[in-house]
Unconditional design. Sequence first.
Length: 386
Amino acid sequence: MDTFTYRYPVAVYFGEKAAEKNLPAELAKVGENVLLAYGGGSIKRNGVYEELMGLLTAAGKTVTEFSGIMSNPTYAKVQEGARLARENHIDFILAVGGGSVIDCCKVVSAQAKTDEDLWELETVKHGGPAGLIPMGAVVTAFGTGAEMNNGAVITNEEKKVKGPLWGAFYDFAILDPAYTMTMPMGQVISGAFDALSHCMETYMGSPRGTNLSDEINEACQRNIIRNLRATLRDPQDIAARSELVWAAAMGENGILKIGKVTDFQAHMLEHQLGAYTDCNHGRGLAVIHPVLYCHMLPEAAPQFARLAVNVWDVDPAGKTENELADAFIKMLAAFIEEIGLPTTFAQMGIPADTDFQAVADSTVLTGGCCKRFTREELLTVLHECQ
Ligand code: NZQ
Ligand code: ZN
């Protein structure tokens, strides 16, 4: 195992009535002016908005609303939030939603504190934010684990890049599984697959031999698979939902990454596909993963074989490492079909004339895995996904 430092800044309040129980004490610590950030309005339909407004009012806060944060949040939306935060002298941001709202606010918290263009500052000058507005997250859609890290995935429409910007860590995250019960089932499935993908992308990094982080990771993967199946059998199963919400958070709270360099090549490719098509993140990953893994098979056979046995319960008796590795990819692909995710870009509605060359050319090539992809190979992967 590599040397590491593990420090974790986010307080997690998990479980029933987590907002009611913990938000008053957290709000007492922050200033009067609060930016309440949310998406397209699901929180108004399921009662979460009303409940949080009640708690904010009871705490004596002056609330400015920042609404309409879209899936795959744009850099333009970040600027809108930063303007609102500056104009209203915001002391604290409460982000309520899934990965999109939670990511958008991380960058708002940084952009509001500087007149410099944050994209330029971070991606060209390689500088960091000058200051940050403190924030709290209330998770209404699980999957990304975005509430647990300080990386935000933002779409810069002008530059045609969907990439990471760095902002604040949340001071706290409220994870009440009941808040996620109104998620559309399509988003539940795509969120759960995203969480599984985070585990796999971490697992495929290095070091690649047996290590504690990967053994915990295998347990997370088994948990996600089992509880997604339970959720599909009974969408109201709150115990299964609770497991999924925490497993998704585990994917991004750093524990699985301890002592590891992660891979995330599937994510880098999907993000750029998103920059060109605005596709759903989890669905894009579902199509890309098995195809990408077929290309990784020669180099990744030992890890794939371990996943076959330890996660997918393939009986190793009489099988070679390559046969087990192949079985893992087949089990993963079958699972994707079983849970109703797409297996081709065509099924996702991605037009055949999408500029896949440009997607491949602008994808970040990661170095954490056993295989280093070339742009030509990524283009082949994209074509095979069609
Ligand atoms: O906008 P509203 O009306 O709230 O509807 C949302 C949205 O349409 C809906 N929703 C959320 N909670 C709901 C609900 N509907 C009913 N009831 C509820 N309780 O769900 C839809 C999708 O929400 P969104 O936040 O876009 O989904 P997700 O959580 O999958 O986030 C996707 C974004 O996160 C990024 C993705 O790239 C994408 O931009 N990611 C962020 C990561 C990170 N920061 O660590 C890691 C991931 O790999 C990912 O890249
Ligand atoms: Zn993801």
